[in-house]
Write a protein that binds this ligand. Structure first.
Ligand SMILES: C[S@@+](CC[C@H](N)C(=O)[O-])C[C@H]1O[C@@H](n2cnc3c(N)ncnc32)[C@H](O)[C@@H]1O
Length: 354
């Protein structure tokens, strides 16, 4: 459907501003204050940057500015931007479409998007939330939308000739979009006092960016004399050096000893840290990246046994590894380990594997 929303806002900008600029419901005022409190944990507000996305005449930009935040307001309606610039000197108001925001990543500590996401079509919302996530880096998102189902073009309270597209959202639907875009919902509330449109009360959500870090792992280059320990993976993906992920409560050196024991039955002692490696990796279908710690180790006891992770184990000279190896990264790490072994003063490698 053709979208008349922005042309309508251009026409009703001054009426809209008169109705809303000096009036705010207690519920919305409290959500706005809670959003500001969440951003300001330890430092003064002037360290923090807020994007008022779909700012309209600037009521909330003005409040954030008065609290001391650095504020940028964006809107697609020139009429609304003119109202905002006139009413809120000192704030930078820019013309921008929420669907194509061009700020660099991590430009803001908070994004406040009040009654604006509801003017996009449902299919556009996941991408817009993902772009909010990029613009935040780490931070908070304050969203206000209308609760309900479906979407419509309606004249609403501004009378005939003021059509706007409005998309209604279910609470759990929006929470799912947020989760997929990399946010965790911290609070959600429905304004039960909504008198204008009881079918579609306001839904307010405070969300925080999810911490999204790489996986962390260990690799063991276990050497007995001039031979290296290789294990054949039980999942059929070939041979590798014993390796695995670090548990939440483990240090890397503890993890490598446990992993070798779990995977092979062998007890080891760590001779040195060979290097720390970053490499691409997907986990459950999502790109995550892996930071892995490689250790040069010596066997101290135990007995090699088949395990749930490995079918069999062999000691081989490093120049003749078994085939197929599951990953050439392990051969690169092995080469670094051999270099470290022959040079007492060898520095710990830190590199990205491709
Ligand atoms: C209901 S008003 C809300 C204004 C303000 N946030 C408030 O709470 O008073 C919706 C605003 O979203 C803006 N808007 C709608 N679609 C937009 C888009 N794609 N990009 C930027 N702004 C948009 C409109 O121009 C309008 O100013």
């Amino acid at each position: 459907m053709d979208d008349p929303t922005i042309a309508t806002y251009d026409r009703i900008a001054s009426t809209f501003a008169e109705r809303t600029f000096d009036t705010i419901s207690p519920e919305l005022a409290e959500r706005r204050a809670a959003f500001a409190r969440a951003i300001v944990e330890r430092a003064p507000p002037n360290r923090f940057r807020i994007l008022d996305a779909g700012c309209g005449p600037g009521r909330d930009s003005k409040w954030f500015h008065e609290q001391g935040f650095q504020v940028i307001g964006v809107d697609l309606s020139d009429g609304m931007l003119a109202e905002a610039r006139r009413r809120v000197p000192g704030v930078d108001f820019q013309r921008a479409d929420l669907r194509h925001l061009a700020f660099p990543p991590s430009s803001f500590d908070g994004i406040w998007c009040c009654a604006a996401l509801l003017h996009l079509s449902r299919s556009e919302v996941p991408d817009v939330l993902a772009s909010f996530r990029r613009l935040l880096g780490h931070g908070y998102l304050g969203l206000t939308v209308k609760l309900g189902e479906g979407e419509e073009i309606t004249d609403g309270i501004y009378g005939p000739g003021t059509p706007r597209r409005i998309t209604y959202f279910g609470r759990y639907e929006l929470e799912l979009y947020l989760e997929r875009a990399g946010f965790e919902v911290r609070a959600a509330a429905v304004d039960q006092t909504e008198a204008q449109d009881p079918q579609h009360p306001w839904l307010g959500i405070l969300a925080q960016t999810t911490l999204f870090t790489p996986l962390v792992g260990v690799v063991a280059v276990v050497m007995d004399g001039d031979h290296v320990l290789f294990s054949e993976r039980a999942d059929g993906h070939g041979w590798n050096l014993p390796a695995g992920f670090i548990d939440a409560d483990e240090a890397p050196d503890e993890a490598v000893i446990r992993e070798v024991r779990e995977e092979t039955g062998l007890e080891i002692a760590i001779d040195r840290l060979v290097g720390i490696y970053a490499r691409p990796r997907t986990y459950r279908g999502q790109p995550r990246g892996l930071i892995t710690h490689a250790f040069l180790c010596s066997p101290t006891g135990g007995t090699l046994v088949p395990t749930t992770e490995a079918l069999q184990h062999v000691w081989l000279p490093p120049a003749t590894p078994p085939t197929p190896m599951s990953s050439r990264h392990h051969l690169e790490i092995l080469a670094d380990a051999l270099a470290a072994r022959t040079t007492a003063s060898a520095v710990t490698r830190m590199r990205r594997l491709h």
